[in-house]
Design a protein. Structure first.
Length: 511
């Protein structure tokens, strides 16, 4: 074990993965000197909020899932718990865009499987044959072996092509922006294979899970009722949401960027180097790492902007956490003589995504927007992947009378959109949503957020690749990796990998 009084730790990449690693090091080892190198001119990576004229614009992450505890837990440790808000209860339904009209997703349909018969029986999204095929899922035998398969193959095998094309494909694409023919079931949604294995059928599994969840909710409600009757009057509904009763998704009032700000405020500002690109990583004296970097000037906030070359500087560290996108890690691992690890990363493809945020006067939208948003099946041939009704989900995001929409595009379905000009993106996406939302006026505000090459594609073979990578990295106790390609793309998974990386590095210093 390396003994160092004030271990010097470098975190390369200042997105949420790197920041949660830095924050964990600070919490567990207050005397550590933590230096962050970030290529952009601000911390946060893709996580960024802007507040313009009272409109809260999330430029990428909209909210995060609470069933993976790392996001909630970090917010609590950063003192942000009172700002956590759940989706508004009145509008929790999702729509599917079908033949230019929004149809309600059948109630109880959970990503890959129905939990209720009646909504499936009456939906106009499916033909009678499609419904019969879906109902047959109950009797379709489970896959015998444990091998991986694509999301498309799994969904079509279990529920039929129609349910796949009209319900599952748009729901999954709205999250992963991926090619369903190549997306790995085991790397993306392994719980559905487990359900098939355990219960023989997804429908049976979902029904059994729902029954258990209802039982648990009843027990929780009883205990909550007992607690609230013991509490004083005047407690706000927001604070009463604390504890285990969060909905599936939460966000922060005031923007998710507050997570970045809170971490930044707790770190030594002299050791935060934004606009700094690490170019190589070399083994230094006494098992230390020599980090070599150059200053870069960004012409705009996106990472793929033109960089002006500068002279290379370097410094030694006791431990290094690599938390960049996986493709940016490859040259750094190669320079550290870890070519085998770099080769595993080279197999991970990325897509880019675009979000157009558009605010309209409510009177200019003919649709009631009585839901969280809509997803769009690939067979609709619309460049939009999904539309989130941002202030229907979280009303604090816009003043009364205004509608705030987040329109997603790009991904493996429409990769060309990411490289279009802002004007082209606005024109294309507004035109594409006008008929289904019955838009009659011009937007009063628009903002384009472009995220090229940021979404790792968890294709076939991803889990094996990550296993091999982890084995390679285990032989380097003072070098750790974190990021959205390791456990999952969602923010809580990124935080998990950041904290795990920090634990690995701190282990060298007896922490
Ligand atoms: C449009 C969009 C919407 C999303 N919505 C959600 C959502 O609603 N909920 C959710 O949970 N997740 C969501 N995600 C996923 C989640 O936002 C990301 O997976 C997560 O933020 C990635 O964080 P990260 O730190 O791993 O990577 P990044 O945020 O990409 O950070 C990596 C950082 O490393 C820096 N870097 C790269 N190379 C170098 C170098 N050589 N030297 C120095 N710095 C370098 C980059 O500039 C970048 O800032 C969304 C993602 C996108 C793109």
């Amino acid at each position: 074990m390396t003994q160092s009084k004030n271990p010097r730790i470098a975190v390369i990449g200042g997105g949420i993965s790197g920041l949660s690693a830095a924050n964990y090091c600070r919490e567990q080892c207050p005397n550590a000197e933590i230096t962050i190198f970030e290529k952009r001119n601000r911390l946060g990576g893709v996580l960024h909020t802007e507040i313009v004229n009272g409109l809260e614009i999330e430029q990428s992450i909209d909210n995060f899932i609470t069933t993976i505890p790392y996001g909630l837990d970090l917010c609590r440790r950063l003192g942000l718990e009172s700002k956590l808000v759940t989706t508004t209860p009145r509008n929790r339904q999702t729509f599917i865009l079908w033949k230019n009209r929004l149809h309600k997703l059948p109630d109880g349909f959970m990503m890959m499987a129905p939990t209720k018969w009646w909504p499936m029986a009456v939906t106009r999204l499916l033909t009678p044959m499609g419904k019969i095929r879906a109902a047959m899922e109950y009797f379709i035998p489970a896959k015998k072996d444990d091998s991986d398969e694509s999301m498309e193959s799994f969904a079509v095998r279990r529920l039929g092509r129609e349910v796949f094309e009209r319900l599952i494909e748009p729901l999954v694409s709205g999250v992963y922006a991926a090619d369903m023919k190549r997306l790995s079931l085991l790397a993306t949604l392994p719980r559905f294979r487990e359900m098939e294995k355990k219960h023989g059928s997804l429908i049976r599994a979902m029904r059994s899970n729902c029954a258990e969840a209802k039982k648990k909710a009843r027990a929780e409600k009883k205990s909550a009722d007992r607690t609230s009757s013991a509490k004083t009057e005047g407690k706000t509904s927001e604070t009463s949401q604390s504890g285990p009763r969060y909905n599936l998704f939460v966000t922060l009032k005031g923007g998710l960027r507050q997570i970045v700000n809170e971490i930044e405020n707790r770190l030594d500002p002299a050791l935060i180097h934004c606009g700094t690109q690490v170019v190589s990583l070399q083994t230094g004296e006494n098992g230390k790492w020599r980090v070599c970097w150059k200053k870069v000037e960004e012409s705009e906030s996106n990472a793929q902007s033109a960089a002006v070359p500068q002279s290379i500087q370097s410094e030694e560290f006791d431990g290094v956490i690599l938390a960049t996108e996986s493709h940016s890690m490859i040259p750094l691992l190669e320079s550290a003589s870890l070519s085998r690890a770099a080769r595993h990363l080279a197999g991970i493809e990325h897509t880019g995504t675009v979000i157009l945020t558009a605010a309209f006067r409510r009177d200019d939208i003919g649709h009631p927007l009585d839901g969280m948003g809509t997803v769009v099946p690939a067979i609709e041939k619309n460049p939009v992947l999904a539309i989130s009704f941002s202030n229907e989900k979280y009303p604090h995001r816009a003043p009364e009378g205004i509608v705030l929409l987040r329109i997603f595009s790009g991904g493996s379905r429409n990769p060309e959109v990411v490289s279009m000009s802002e004007e082209e993106i606005k024109a294309l996406l507004i035109k594409s949503i006008t008929p289904c939302l019955k838009i009659q006026g011009e937007p009063i505000l628009t903002a384009v957020s472009r995220w090229p090459n940021t979404m790792p594609q968890l294709h076939f073979g991803h889990l094996e690749r990550i296993d091999e990578l982890r084995k390679e990295m285990a032989s380097c106790p003072t070098l750790a990796i974190a990021g959205n390609f390791l456990s999952g793309v969602g923010m809580p998974y990124c935080i998990q990998t950041g904290e795990e990386a920090a634990r690995k590095i701190l282990g060298n210093f007896g922490k």
